[in-house]
Design a binder for this molecule. Structure first.
Ligand code: TYD
Length: 143
């Protein structure tokens, strides 16, 4: 499908909270070049509606609850709820995603493999399906 759900490692202390962490090499297989996070989103707002051509990402929600809908363009679709700070989704390229905020002010954090490049986005769903089909054909013919 092109994604993996992981449990983020944590160090817990009884009275002073939890520290969570992930590292390249141990938890993710790409170097992180950019981190962004989305805040001040009201409940029921939908964001996303795009795929990436090359970008690899890890998404996590340290506060609140966000549904992440994933679609590989070849019939595999799933919804993953990020509602715990120790759960993350590692997302490979070429997956269409929509995010829906279940709770006001839930925070979505994303660490990614490259700097921002609008040319890496596919923001039109029919174009995404064509892109997936062409890439699959290239893989099967070795072009
Ligand atoms: P987008 O990735 O579409 O956000 P979402 O999927 O949450 O709706 O980005 C929203 C806008 O922000 C878009 O105009 C691109 C811009 N942007 C940057 O300038 N830098 C960044 O690192 C990111 C992720 C987005």
């Amino acid at each position: 499908m092109g994604y993996k759900v992981i449990n983020i490692q944590h160090k817990d202390t009884l009275s002073s909270g939890n520290l969570l962490f992930f590292e390249t090499g141990t938890d993710i297989d790409f170097e992180i070049k950019r981190v962004y996070y989305i805040v001040n989103v009201p409940k029921n707002i939908r964001r996303g509606a795009h795929a990436h051509k090359q970008l690899k990402q890890i998404l996590f929600c340290p506060f609140g609850s966000i549904d992440i809908s994933l679609d590989n363009g070849s019939g595999d679709k799933s919804v993953i709820t990020l509602s715990s700070p120790d759960k993350a989704i590692i997302l490979m390229p070429c997956i269409w995603r929509d995010m829906i905020w279940n709770i006001d002010n839930s925070v979505l954090c994303v660490a990614v493999s490259d700097t921002y490049d609008e040319n890496d986005y596919i923001r039109n769903y029919p174009e995404f399906l064509i892109y997936v089909r062409e890439n699959d054909e290239q893989k099967s013919t070795g072009i």
